[in-house]
Design a protein around this ligand. Structure first.
Ligand SMILES: Cc1cc2nc3c(=O)[nH]c(=O)nc-3n(C[C@H](O)[C@H](O)[C@H](O)COP(=O)(O)O)c2cc1C
Length: 190
């Protein structure tokens, strides 16, 4: 089983990175093949709405999103980790998600499987935010759940931690990293 981690924060070694690392360790401890990509290191242009994908379901923009499409197609489990930025996912995450419009075309226009085949995929979402307010994750959840639904990725759950701001603060949370490790194990066992 292949697990793809998508690190979507610009802050290396930050809170979502630490949580993602534990999820991947948990998955690996159950025998999964794990791989993490760091969106901030990739050149991914925002969708240009050029409609270049409308006839083929393939994006015409030749940048590193082409590699991300292949990784998504190869994965059985996808773990998306993004902190809250201005009440939504990070710009890095949103650029990648908008480029999945080509996969929306595959599914809804061309009536093809969005990720190339119909094998079961599951997705987990990880997020943190500095504030402690009721609707902190609402917008990010709506975006990520929509992505997973459109890509036929079953939503397997989430790890959400409010009130986590300083770099590395998540390590001081009583059991967040443990929760993440266990979530990684569960993700590949189910
Ligand atoms: C550009 C930017 C926007 C942010 N917007 C929010 C926000 O709307 N709400 C919030 O609670 N925290 C916000 N934060 C704080 C981050 O969510 C918080 O520092 C988080 O721990 C960062 O996670 P990371 O270490 O994985 O990058 C923002 C941080 C940045 C840099």
């Amino acid at each position: 089983m292949k697990v793809l981690g998508i690190a979507s924060s610009p802050r290396r070694g930050g809170n979502t990175d630490l949580l993602l690392g534990e999820v991947m360790k948990g998955a690996a401890s159950r025998g999964a093949e794990v791989k993490t990509i760091i969106l901030n290191d990739l050149k991914i242009a925002p969708c240009q709405h050029c409609d270049g994908c409308l006839e083929t379901g393939r994006c015409k923009v030749e940048d590193e999103m082409q590699m991300v499409y292949r990784e998504l197609e190869d994965a059985d489990r996808i773990v998306l980790a993004s902190p809250v930025h201005f009440m939504g996912v990070t710009a890095q995450t949103k650029a990648m998600i908008d480029r999945c419009q080509a996969l929306w075309v595959r599914k809804y226009v061309l009536k093809l499987p969005p990720l190339g085949n119909r094998r079961e995929r599951k997705g987990l979402f990880i997020s943190v935010g500095g504030r402690k307010i009721a609707n902190l994750f609402e917008s990010a959840l709506a975006t990520v759940k929509t992505l997973f639904r459109i890509l036929d990725i079953t939503y397997a759950g989430e790890l959400l931690f409010p009130g986590i701001d300083e770099k590395g603060a998540i390590a001081k949370h009583p059991d967040a990293l443990r929760q993440a490790f266990l979530a990684g194990q569960k993700l590949v066992e189910d």
